[in-house]
Design a binder for this molecule. Structure first.
Ligand code: ADP
Ligand code: MG
Length: 698
């Protein structure tokens, strides 16, 4: 039986109905697919316990013994069955609350008891344990590490629980041992990195002979997973390198006169370095795909503008795309202002959802005839109706708000894909960057403009209103402004508005002498902008907001950021919010408010925020605490790869090795044409077909 083509339907214990469910719920079509559904945990069934050896509640144990007596307690729904189980030396209570009538107990029968102890009244007992008469214990049941599998509701409905999967998998193992499947990694690779062969690994991931074998199996399968992800990413990159890009060798009049005459400040060394990196990139003739990471306030906008000027000097158009209208407006205004001293400077235009049809028409024309040099806008930019004469550069601000597919859409705005510069203020942990943006070159601004005082972060419990209010009053007295931010409550928009409204009312009551703005996501863009404007120009002293202000807003006079229910925010998000203050010369503060009662996790996260202002450290911590799926930056755009066994939080080192291995192969043979690389090419083709058209989105 060839497991890789063996239809799962015809495997023992499956059948049409279950096969359907497996296909729908897990994408499992063949026997081999099922073997790639790895257990999420194991329970050690090699060890037999005595009752007195039980020492915690989290470990499954098995004990041999018999029942000495049993009785029911209570009546009706509250009825329970209590039995005494003995191992010959000690006794322990067994309890059943449900299905009591199905529990058949017998005296003088030797049982194998299996279950997780719980603690009740300072004593251990077992609730709903598995009791099997020793005469019926199958040999594999009480042997070795028992695999447990994730199942979905749909699977359970057809009786396919973890145990059923185990049974199906168990009968595939002998086939694996006898005939096996072709390895997905070459012999030389296995040897070089000391990896277990595939058949051995698959057998041992499900039914490990011992702990060491299980670890080796895991390592091998993790490597395989990471290696093929890197192969896909890097092959994409290599292919792209073969693509021609626009050549922009000139540093011309716009760039020079701006740099000499209009620069409002000296660039930081980091800004200079990044501009040089970009300059070097765009004159090579290869298409640039660069990710610019720089903490909030590090001055990415200036880098964007200088890059745009380079493109324009070379005769191309450029565009800057921002995630929100507020931000697009702000970019437009600040860039126009910076460019205004230039004689005959480039022509800049703005395009957002608010641009009227009447305004659009001439705009579209001027884009098409090349009159407009730089277009700044929102998503509206990528609509098909927006056509350029000669778009050579796209800058995407705050990447995490854009999907990968949208990035791809920009490419098609010209005959060759334009150079792409993606800017993000959410530092991305290294492992994640290698996986999500592994096909991009990375530039980092790791230096803030001079004269900034680091924001001081404090964690308060929200019962200390009086001192917080005093602090607000004191700061406003000094002429500063204050943000108060409420979390977005996705499940319940009503509640979110209510929290916000209550907070607003309370502040109005406490501070009748101040003017207060309020913005939230459900407001009309016009009203939102008006409220923001009033705060930005100092008409109002306090801005109460949901996270709509998270991205990009720049009010240097605001020096206090108060975050309500800080425990509801991710670390990266807190860091982003904190970046709204500390933009002026004054000492700024970020106050994190949580309930008096905090989970351990909340405590940890607040401690990290208080301890560091380093966005990269925060991102790493976020990854460790929450895993990659929840991270800002992957949420909206989604991880392009699903990891089944490797983890970006803990397998960083293995990822390095796998990436290196992939690079070595592709450097020598970018198109995988050589005979000995056929194994990799075939596997990549297979993965692409299995995943749909992966290649097109990245
Ligand atoms: P971000 O990287 O968050 O987009 P911005 O580009 O908005 O940061 O810059 C934040 C602030 O710092 C702006 O007011 C900008 O004018 C200022 N700035 C940027 N670069 C420098 C610099 N080299 N020296 C002084 N101020 C700078
Ligand atoms: Mg910015």
């Amino acid at each position: 039986m060839d497991l890789s083509i063996q239809n799962i339907e015809y495997c023992k214990g499956v059948g049409t109905k279950r096969a359907d469910i497996l296909r729908k719920e897990l994408g499992v079509k063949s026997a081999l697919d099922l073997l790639y559904q790895f257990p999420y945990k194991y329970i050690d069934r090699s060890r037999f316990y005595y009752i007195h050896e039980i020492e915690d509640e989290d470990t499954y144990v098995q004990i041999i013994g018999h029942i000495t007596e049993w009785h029911t307690i209570g009546a009706g729904a509250a009825q329970r069955l209590s039995a005494t189980f003995t191992d010959g030396r000690h006794n322990i209570e067994l309890v059943w609350f449900k299905g009591i009538k199905y529990v058949k107990l017998e005296r003088n029968v030797k049982y194998l008891l299996f279950g997780k102890p719980s603690r009740f009244n300072h004593q251990y007992n077992f609730v709903h344990p598995e009791l099997t008469p020793m005469s019926k214990v199958q040999p594999e049941m009480a042997k070795g590490l028992e695999p447990h599998y994730n199942t979905t509701e749909g699977m359970k409905r057809t009786g396919m629980n973890s145990k059923a999967i185990r049974t199906i998998v168990a009968q595939l193992i002998p086939h694996l041992r006898r005939q096996g499947v072709p390895d997905t990694l070459g012999m030389d690779m296995l040897e070089k990195y000391h990896l277990m062969g595939l058949n051995d690994a698959l057998a041992n991931i499900h039914f490990p002979v011992d702990n060491t074998a299980m670890q080796h199996a895991r390592e091998r399968l993790k490597f395989e997973e990471l290696f093929y992800i890197q192969m896909q990413i890097l092959r994409q990159m290599k292919r792209r390198e073969l693509n021609e890009g626009y050549v922009m060798p000139i540093v011309g009049k716009h760039f020079h006169s701006f740099y000499r005459e209009c620069l409002p400040f000296e660039l930081t060394n980091a800004q200079k370095r990044v501009v040089r990196e970009i300059q070097t990139d765009i004159k090579t003739g290869k298409q640039m795909n660069r990710l610019l990471q720089g903490d909030v306030g590090s001055g990415k906008t200036m880098v964007a503008l200088l890059t745009a000027l380079l493109a324009i000097d070379n005769g191309y158009q450029a565009c800057i795309m921002a995630p929100t209208e507020i931000l697009a407006n702000q970019h437009y205004e600040s860039i126009c202002k910076m460019l205004s001293p230039l004689q005959a400077g480039p022509k800049v235009a703005l395009l957002t959802g608010s641009t009227t049809a009447k305004q659009r028409q001439p705009l579209h024309e001027q884009l098409q005839n090349g009159e407009i040099d730089l277009l700044i806008g929102t998503h509206a930019l990528i609509e098909d109706s927006v056509q350029f004469a000669n778009l050579g550069l796209c800058i995407i601000d705050e990447q995490h708000r854009f999907g990968v597919a949208q990035r791809a859409k920009l490419w098609n705005k010209n005959t060759r894909p334009p150079h792409i510069l993606v800017m993000t203020a959410t530092p991305i942990p290294r492992t994640l960057a290698m996986t999500v943006y592994g096909d991009l070159q990375v530039s980092i601004i790791d230096e803030l403009p001079p004269g900034r005082k680091p924001v001081q972060t404090l964690h308060y419990v929200n019962t200390r209103r009086t001192s917080i209010n005093q602090f607000i009053e004191q700061q406003i007295g000094l002429g500063r402004q204050v943000y108060v931010v409420y979390p977005l409550i996705k499940e319940n928009e009503k509640m979110e508005l209510q929290d916000l409204q209550n907070g607003y009312n309370q502040l109005c009551q406490t501070f009748p002498q101040y003017r207060i703005s309020m913005v939230h996501g459900q407001m009309r863009a016009k009203d939102k902008d008006e409220q923001m404007r009033r705060f930005a120009c100092g008409e109002t002293q306090i801005l109460v907001a949901t996270t709509v202000i998270e991205v990009g807003v720049n009010v240097p006079n605001a020096s206090v950021m108060i975050i309500e229910n800080a425990e509801r925010f991710g670390l990266s998000q807190l860091h982003q919010l904190r970046g709204r203050v500390g933009r002026g010369a004054e000492q700024s503060y970020c106050i994190l408010l949580t309930n008096v009662e905090q989970s351990k996790d909340t405590r940890k996260r607040m401690d990290i925020m208080v301890a560091t202002n380093d966005g990269f450290r925060i991102a790493e911590a976020d990854l460790q605490l929450r895993g990659p799926g929840d991270l800002e930056g992957t949420q909206q755009s989604g991880l392009p790869f699903e990891l089944h066994i490797a983890s970006l939080s803990t397998d960083g080192q293995l990822l390095d090795i796998a990436r290196q291995a992939a690079l070595e192969i592709l450097d020598a043979d970018p198109l995988l044409e050589e005979m000995h690389n056929r194994i990799y090419k075939q596997r990549l083709d297979f993965l692409r077909i299995a995943a749909g058209s992966w290649g097109e989105i990245s």
